[in-house]
Ligand binder design. Structure first.
Ligand code: FAD
Ligand code: N01
Length: 565
């Protein structure tokens, strides 16, 4: 019997995705006594950390902050070993969370969802998997990830290549040994920059195909001492509270130089940049308060990094080719590396500058640049570090149909439209965790994920207590929010870069700045206020049932009564 002919699985809520978002969502909905199930395409839990197993993969938010805060016990029990945890360590953590909170029995793996349609009459979502298995539920929560749809660009001749090809976002579980191999890495974003130094140590020959140079700062990764860990454990509450109120979702974030970089002398500025460079990590962007809003200030940081690259890279031609110059610092995700620039001093590493001569084709035995008289680089393996169809990719791969059979793909033809990044008009009871229009990828994502998951589960609790069976934003509220997201973005330098934040990395994708740049603290306050005022901008259905005598608890009392892990 095929899966298609079986009866649908009936649930109160279906959650798509088993990463940080989906795991916590399941925990919260179970605490409300709901029948909930996670469906996940992968064969394991962990999301990003299940798929991205490339050499050097690790987080660049400090591990102690790149973690859940909802369970004090979990916080106290878990020991992170390094400032920036490796992929295997983060995956172990998420597997531990799945076990510790006994989540696995409600997680169905290897189940890629291909469609989700709203049945207006029944007030239920009907999801279908690739194998034809169906799930129906009142609530559907997309925890499908902002960076989960990896993409390989189309290049002529690709299918003729005789060697092995890999994408960083879908790395073989058994690992890849590059010893003695000639390797070509295409792409120099965060994934390329993390993996290149390690591949270079193994490979006989490494060619790095760079189209656009990126800004990278040293990670200064190090083991975490017992004293530091004990200090964090004893002050975790404070750290998390700061993270929730902060702009970027990190409690330890401190502006090194208050005010504008332009208010300092060149020597004072450099002293602060040197300190930030020595401290390591993406917090370099916090050297001054105006780096992402003032182009002249930004140029001072750019010039500092240019000087560093020229100091580190011995061959002047290679150093010049590595200098990022087409976008202000920070307007593409700043990269964090260990020995990236120094890797170009190795005799087995060659930088191929695609701005001088683009890739023309992939041949059976290598990568060719330029025209007919171009150069061919012979390789045994190709590593595509070419990124993701970010933020909307995973959602639009699913054929999502709302009321009156309207397709999300059509509604978002000109770019994503959401209210708060949480819901879309015309798609009742469908929630998105870290959807476009929320701070998401501009923040430490665990802080933003927890906030979204808690808001969604509080909203569902409010509905259940109040006898509401449907929630949907109004078109007006959504339009205002989309306009606000856009206005705030244009107060910054972010839209100046051809980044994946605006969809510029995917041919044909509408170019709209997708995340909300207004900051985690301000955004959180807005979401809370909306809920406390009875979900302004949303329409809740079921008032008539409430007025027939069912008790209604307001959002504030719901939140007070919610249980935590
Ligand atoms: P994901 O972890 O992406 O999980 C989504 C899951 O949904 C995936 O497992 C996917 O298979 C599943 N899914 C998607 N579509 C379907 C479907 N149709 N059917 C079934 N299942 C589906 N963020 C930070 O804040 N700090 C960092 O240091 C950091 N480092 C990163 C490093 C890398 C290499 C990458 C790629 C991202 C990094 N991020 C970082 C962002 C990271 O994606 C988030 O921090 C976080 O892991 C997202 O969790 P999630 O559960 O929302 O999504
Ligand atoms: O992807 P990217 P990523 N020919 O899109 C190049 C998170 N992350 O996987 O800039 C040649 O940044 C492309 O060139 P260009 C983090 O949020 C975090 O590296 O378009 N080159 C670019 O160099 C990050 O931002 C960590 O000109 C082509 C590269 O491929 C996000 O995930 C680690 C090409 C893609 O870079 C994505 O990072 C890893 C072509 N046809 C990921 N097409 C941490 O450290 C694309 N490129 C926390």
């Amino acid at each position: 019997m095929t899966a298609r002919s079986t009866r649908p699985v009936e649930l109160d809520a279906v959650i798509v995705g088993a990463g940080f978002s989906g795991l916590y969502m399941l925990h919260r909905l179970r605490a409300l006594g709901m029948r909930a199930r996670v469906v996940e395409a992968g064969a394991g839990v962990g999301g990003t950390w299940y798929w991205n197993r490339y050499p050097g993969a690790r987080c660049d938010s400090d591990s102690v902050e790149y973690s859940y805060s909802f369970s004090k016990e979990l916080e106290q029990e878990w020991r992170w070993t390094e400032r920036f945890a490796t992929q295997p360590e983060i995956l172990r953590y998420l597997e531990h969370v799945a076990d510790r909170f006994d989540l696995r029995s409600d997680i169905q793996l290897a189940t890629p969802i291909v469609s989700a349609s709203f049945d207006d009459e029944e007030n239920r979502w009907v999801l279908e998997s690739e194998l034809g298995e169906r799930f129906t539920a009142t609530f559907c929560i997309m925890a499908t990830g902002c960076l989960s749809t990896w993409r390989i660009p189309e290049i002529a001749g690709q299918s003729t290549f005789q060697g092995a090809s890999y994408h960083t976002g879908s790395w073989p579980h058994e690992g890849v040994d590059f010893t003695g191999k000639r390797v070509g890495v295409i792409g120099t974003g965060s994934s390329g920059i993390q993996s290149i130094p390690i591949i270079a140590e193994q490979a006989k020959e490494l060619y790095v195909f760079q189209r656009t140079p990126n800004f990278s700062v040293p990670a200064r990764n190090a083991p975490l001492t017992e004293e530091y860990q004990a200090h964090v454990r004893s002050t975790y509450g404070e750290l998390r509270a700061k993270a929730r109120a902060s702009s970027g979702g990190l409690g330890a974030f401190e502006l090194m130089g208050a005010g504008s970089a332009l208010e300092r002398t060149a020597a004072e500025r450099d002293e602060i940049y040197e300190r930030a460079w020595a401290k390591g990590g993406a917090l370099f962007l916090g050297s001054f308060g105006d780096l992402v809003v003032n182009e002249e200030s930004n140029k001072t940081a750019r010039d500092f990094i240019h000087r560093k690259i020229r100091q580190i890279v011995r061959d002047p031609k290679t150093a010049e080719a590595l200098l990022p110059d087409d976008h202000p610092l920070g307007t593409k995700r700043i990269c964090v590396d260990t020995d990236y620039y120094a890797t170009f001093n190795r005799p087995n590493v060659t930088l191929v500058d695609l701005r001088r001569s683009p890739i023309s084709e992939i041949t059976p035995s290598g990568i060719k640049t330029g025209g007919a008289d171009g150069e061919e680089y012979p390789v045994d393996c190709i590593v595509y570090a070419t990124g993701f169809d970010a933020m909307t990719g995973a959602l639009l791969r699913i054929d999502i149909r709302g009321r009156e059979d309207r397709a999300l793909r059509d509604e978002w033809e000109g770019g994503p439209r959401t209210y708060l990044g949480l819901m879309c008009a015309g798609f009742p009871n469908l929630f998105t965790v870290t959807g476009p229009g929320s701070p998401s990828v501009l923040s430490n994502m665990t802080t933003s994920i927890e906030q979204h998951v808690e808001w969604i589960s509080d909203c569902i609790a409010h509905m259940r207590a109040g006898g509401f069976d449907r929630i949907e934003p109004t078109v007006e509220a959504q339009d205002d929010w989309v306009e606000h997201v856009n206005d705030v973005a244009h107060m910054t330098l972010y839209p100046k870069a051809k980044s994946w934040y605006v969809g510029a990395n995917v041919p044909g994708k509408p170019q709209v700045f997708m995340p909300y740049v207004g900051g985690v603290g301000a955004y959180r306050a807005k979401c809370t206020e909306i809920a406390e005022r009875g979900y302004t901008g949303f329409v809740l259905r079921g008032e008539e049932r409430r007025s027939k005598g069912r008790p209604r608890r307001d959002a504030r009392s719901e939140r007070a009564s919610r249980s935590s892990g």
